[in-house]
Design a protein around this ligand. Sequence first.
Ligand SMILES: C[S@@+](CC[C@H](N)C(=O)[O-])C[C@H]1O[C@@H](n2cnc3c(N)ncnc32)[C@H](O)[C@@H]1O
Length: 186
Amino acid sequence: MTEHRVCPWWLGFCLTCPLFRLGQNPHKILAPYVREGWTVLEPGPGMGFFTLELAQLVGPSGRVVAVDIQPKMLDRLKRRASRAGVAERVEARLGSAETMAIANLREKIDFTLAFAVVHEIPDKGGFFSEVSGASKPGALLLVAEPKGHVKDTNFDSELQAASDAGFELVDRPKISRSRAALLRKK
Ligand SMILES: C[S@@+](CC[C@H](N)C(=O)[O-])C[C@H]1O[C@@H](n2cnc3c(N)ncnc32)[C@H](O)[C@@H]1O
């Protein structure tokens, strides 16, 4: 996968396979940051490897807004959420390469998960500014990128774009085969 190439929809099946994600346990990765009743934004959920766990963590009073640009990813995500009994907590929204169309979420988001997606987005500044606009002051943002696709210097540029959009670095959590950063909206 090269910079700005979008993950093909059929790879979404592999991305939900626990064997393929060896060492990446959604509960262990997300539970330290997500609380019951929260509103969570997940850009680029694919078929929902992390979405179902996010929906469990926010509970019946919370909500997960999952924005992808591929309808096939979202169709499968909705089916998986239904089967897991959390469909009512998950809003699957179709975005475009240019915008997630989340203007209606202004300062509504408590936590954003951007896992293996930022390197696929051409306008990183625009992306982080949309996330920033949707985030409450103090909201958390976890960015993780696959080490195989994203070099250290490119990840640093992503973090710079996040900082320019109003996020500060809080931690560098260890996630298997990933470069990761936890940020907070100032
Ligand atoms: C490599 S997959 C990662 C899926 C999921 N986050 C995971 O870790 O299993 C990247 C996903 O981001 C989506 N994507 C790419 N560009 C996007 C954009 N501009 N806005 C929202 N989603 C995007 C792709 O369609 C794909 O589903």
